[in-house]
Design a binder for this molecule. Structure first.
Ligand SMILES: *Cc1c(COP(=O)(O)O)cnc(C)c1O
Length: 655
C-alpha cells in the first residue's frame, strides 16, 4: 500500500510519451516536427535542425531562434521579446509579386499586378519601412485608411509610380495630402466610401488645380465564409450601394470629371478560407467593372482588397483559421476569373491590385517568452502525521488497492466522493488542514493512476475523457496575452505555439499556458492539433533546474501589435528586427526597448517625476520619525527609481 509520503512509483514524475507507441528514448526531430506541425503552418520559413533547435530560414539562410534569443539577452533585450525577421517579410513580398507575375504570364492576361500593403495590419515603422524598401523593386505601394497612415506612407515610399490607395473617410486635409502625393509622382487613388466625400474631392482638386484619381468601393453581395467576415451585404458599413453608385456617376458626369473615375474597389473581407468565395466575388466585381465602363468611366485598375488567408492551423482546409488554397492558386484563380469574365464582355484587362496585409506580414513576427514556473497536478511527498488517520482518508487509500482497468470509473467516483466529504468535514471543523492536504494528495494520486490506465485503453469511458485535461500542468509564461496576443482572447484565434529548443527530446508533459497578468482570461488552453484541428493541452518538456525554457508563438505579425492593451499595466515588449546572413550569423538591424514602468504609468496619466518626489517625501518623513536611517532612505529611493525605469515584465535577478 502506498502512503501519502511516497511519490507514486512507476514513471518518474508520472511522465509519459505524448503519443502512444512512441518511446521517449526513440524520439527524433521528425517527431517534434510532426506533433508541432512545423511543415504544415511554417510556409517553409521554419525548420527543426539536427540539434533539435527551431531555426528560421529562407532560401539558403538558416538561423536557430535560440541564437537570436541569446544574442538579444546579452544586449539586455530580455524576454518577452517580439522578433521580426526581415528576410521572411521580404520573401513574402517577393512571393506575392512573383506569383501574380507568373499567373499573369501563364494565363495570357494583358496587364500587370500592383500590390499595396494595408498599413493598419501592422503599422510599426520597422515593418512599413521594410515593405517600402524591399517592395520598391515591384512598385509595391500602400493602402491607407487615415491621415496618420497617409503621412506614414508618404514618408516611407521610395518608388515613383507606386500606388497609394486612400480608403476610409477623408476630410479636405486628407485629400490635399493625396493630391500633392500625385504631384510627387505617386499613383494616389481616393476610394469613395460614401457619396459625401465626392463634393470635397471635387472642391479641393479644383482649388489646387490637380486632377484627382478616383475609385469607388462597392458593397459586395457575395457571401464570404470565415470568422472575420460578417460585415458584407446590405448592412455592411463600407462601400456604395448601387443607387449611390449611380448618383456618383451622374455627379461626375455633371462636373465633366467622369474620366477621373479609374478604379473599382471591392474588399470581400479578411482571412477568406474558401477559394470559391474569392472566385464568385470576382465575378460579381467584374459585372460592376463592365457596367461602369459602359457608363463611360475610363477604368484602369481593379482593386480586390485583402482576404488572402494565412493557414494558421496548417490544415489546408476551409476552416476559419486555415485556407483551402495556395498562394499560386489564389493568383491563378483571380487572373483566370478576371480574364474570362472581362473577355466575354470584350473589356480590356485592368491593372490588378490587391491589398494583402495578413499574408504579407503574419509570418515574419514571432513572440518569444520564457517559462517562469510550472504547476503540476500530482501528489507531492508530505510528512507522515502522528495523529490517527481519519476514516475518510483510509477509504481513499483503499481505492489504490482496487484500482484495476475494469473499475476505473468506479475508482474515479469514489475518489471524488471522499474528497468532497473531507472538504465538508474541514468546513465544519472536524478535520484539520494537514489531513485535508493529505486527502487532496491522495485524490491526485488516484487520478494520475487512473489516467495512466486510461492511456492503455482502446476506448476511453466518456466521463474520463477530460481527465487528462484536468490533470494538465500549468506553465506560467513571461508575457501578457492582452498586450501581445489580443486575438486569442478577443476572438479565440489560434496561433502555432512550440518550444524553440530541446526538440530532439520527447515532450513528456501536457500543459496549458498562463500569462503573468492576474486575469483568469490570461491563459492559452486551445492549441492547434494536426490530427484533430484543436486540442486543449500542448505537449511540452519538463523544466530543468537552472535552465531557461523558451516558447515561441508564431505567425503573429498581423493585427496583434497595436490591438494589444495595457491590462495590468504590462507594456510593449522588447522588439528586435534581425537580418539573417548566409553564413548562419545574423544582425540585429533594429531594436526597441519595451516600455518602462514609467512609460506605462504616464500612458494612464501619472507623472513619473512627481511620483518620485512624493516617494522621496514619504521616505524623508520616515527618517524624521525615526523608522529608517538616512542611509536606508537612499537605498529605498534607489530601488523605487530603478523599478520605475525598468521593464514591466518579470526580470531575472542577474539581468
Ligand atoms: C483590413 C483591410 C485589408 C487587409 O486585409 P487582409 O485580409 O489582412 O489582407 C485590405 N483592404 C481593406 C480595405 C481593409 O479594410
Amino acid at each position: 500500500m502506498t502512503t501519502a509520503s511516497e511519490v507514486p512509483s512507476g514513471n518518474t514524475r508520472g511522465e509519459k510519451p505524448v503519443r502512444n507507441g512512441n518511446h521517449p528514448e526513440e524520439w527524433s526531430v521528425a517527431d517534434s516536427a510532426e506533433i508541432y506541425g512545423v511543415q504544415r503552418w511554417g510556409n517553409d520559413y521554419f525548420n527543426i535542425n539536427a540539434e533539435g533547435l527551431l531555426a528560421a530560414r529562407t532560401l539558403n539562410v538558416e538561423v536557430p531562434l535560440l541564437d537570436i534569443v541569446e544574442g538579444a539577452t546579452e544586449r539586455e533585450l530580455g524576454m518577452p521579446l517580439l522578433l521580426r525577421i526581415e528576410n521572411i517579410l521580404d520573401a513574402q513580398v517577393l512571393r506575392l509579386n512573383e506569383a501574380f507575375q507568373a499567373a499573369i504570364r501563364d494565363g495570357g492576361y494583358k496587364n500587370v499586378y500592383r500590390g499595396v500593403y494595408p498599413i493598419k495590419v501592422n503599422q510599426q515603422a520597422q515593418v512599413v519601412e521594410e515593405v517600402a524598401a524591399f517592395g520598391a523593386r515591384f512598385q509595391h505601394g500602400f493602402e491607407v485608411g487615415s491621415k496618420p497612415e497617409m503621412i506614414a506612407a508618404l514618408a516611407m515610399l521610395e518608388q515613383p509610380g507606386s500606388l497609394i490607395i486612400c480608403n476610409g473617410y477623408k476630410d479636405a486635409e486628407f485629400i490635399e495630402l493625396g493630391l500633392y502625393a500625385g504631384k510627387l509622382g505617386f499613383n494616389c487613388f481616393f476610394v469613395l466610401e460614401t457619396p459625401a466625400e465626392l463634393p470635397v474631392i471635387i472642391e479641393r482638386s479644383r482649388a489646387l488645380g490637380i486632377a484627382p484619381a478616383i475609385g469607388v468601393r462597392i458593397k459586395m453581395n457575395t457571401p464570404v465564409g470565415g470568422h472575420w467576415n460578417k460585415t458584407g451585404g446590405d448592412r455592411g458599413v463600407f462601400g456604395l450601394t448601387t443607387t449611390q453608385l449611380i448618383d456618383v456617376i451622374d455627379e461626375l458626369k455633371r462636373e465633366d470629371m467622369l474620366d477621373c473615375l479609374q478604379l473599382l474597389h471591392c474588399h470581400l473581407g479578411s482571412q477568406i478560407p474558401n477559394i470559391r468565395d474569392i472566385r464568385s466575388g470576382i465575378v460579381e466585381a467584374c459585372r460592376y467593372y463592365v457596367d461602369l465602363c459602359e457608363e463611360g468611366a475610363r477604368l484602369t485598375h481593379i482593386d480586390l482588397g485583402g482576404g488572402l488567408a494565412v493557414d494558421y492551423t496548417g490544415s489546408k482546409s476551409s476552416d476559419d483559421q486555415s485556407r483551402n488554397y495556395s498562394l499560386e492558386e489564389y493568383c491563378a484563380d483571380i487572373v483566370e476569373a478576371l480574364k474570362s469574365t472581362l473577355d466575354s464582355y470584350e473589356v480590356a484587362h485592368p491593372v490588378i491590385v490587391t491589398e494583402s496585409g495578413r499574408a504579407t506580414v503574419a509570418y515574419s513576427s514571432v513572440l518569444l517568452f520564457n517559462i517562469l514556473d510550472v504547476n503540476h497536478f500530482e501528489p507531492i511527498p508530505l510528512p507522515q502525521s502522528n495523529n490517527p488517520e481519519h476514516p475518510q482518508l483510509q477509504q481513499m487509500r483503499d481505492i489504490l488497492a482496487y484500482l484495476k482497468p475494469d473499475r476505473l470509473q468506479e475508482c474515479y467516483n469514489d475518489a471524488f466522493f471522499h474528497r468532497q466529504e473531507v472538504r465538508e468535514l474541514f468546513k465544519r471543523g472536524q478535520i484539520d488542514l494537514r489531513s485535508c492536504a493529505v486527502a487532496e494528495n491522495l485524490y491526485l494520486d488516484v487520478l494520475q493512476r487512473i489516467s495512466a490506465e486510461v492511456d492503455k485503453l482502446d476506448r476511453v469511458p466518456a466521463e474520463l475523457e477530460n481527465l487528462k485535461v484536468s490533470l494538465a500542468d500549468i506553465y506560467y509564461g513571461n508575457f501578457s496575452l492582452f498586450q501581445s496576443l489580443p486575438d486569442i482572447w478577443a476572438i479565440g484565434q489560434m496561433f502555432p505555439i512550440m518550444p524553440i529548443h530541446r526538440l530532439k527530446e520527447a515532450p513528456t508533459r501536457e500543459a496549458v499556458i498562463a500569462d503573468i497578468t492576474c486575469d483568469c482570461d490570461g491563459k492559452i488552453d486551445r492549441f492547434i492539433d494536426v490530427w484533430e484541428g484543436s486540442r486543449q493541452t500542448l505537449p511540452l518538456h519538463s523544466l530543468r533546474e537552472g535552465e531557461e525554457y523558451y516558447l515561441g508563438v508564431f505567425l503573429v505579425g498581423a493585427y496583434q501589435e497595436t490591438l494589444g492593451d495595457l491590462h495590468n499595466l504590462f507594456g510593449d515588449t522588447n522588439v528586435v528586427s534581425v537580418r539573417m546572413n548566409k553564413d548562419g550569423s545574423f544582425d540585429l538591424v533594429k531594436e526597441i526597448h519595451g516600455d518602462t514602468i514609467a512609460d506605462v504609468l504616464s500612458y494612464v496619466e501619472y507623472q513619473p517625476r512627481e511620483m518620485q518626489l512624493r516617494h522621496r517625501d514619504l521616505a524623508e518623513r520616515a527618517v524624521k520619525e525615526g523608522r529608517i536611517s538616512a542611509r536606508e532612505r537612499q537605498t529605498i529611493i534607489r530601488a523605487f527609481n530603478a523599478s520605475l525605469n525598468g521593464y514591466t515584465y518579470y526580470e531575472k535577478e542577474d539581468s
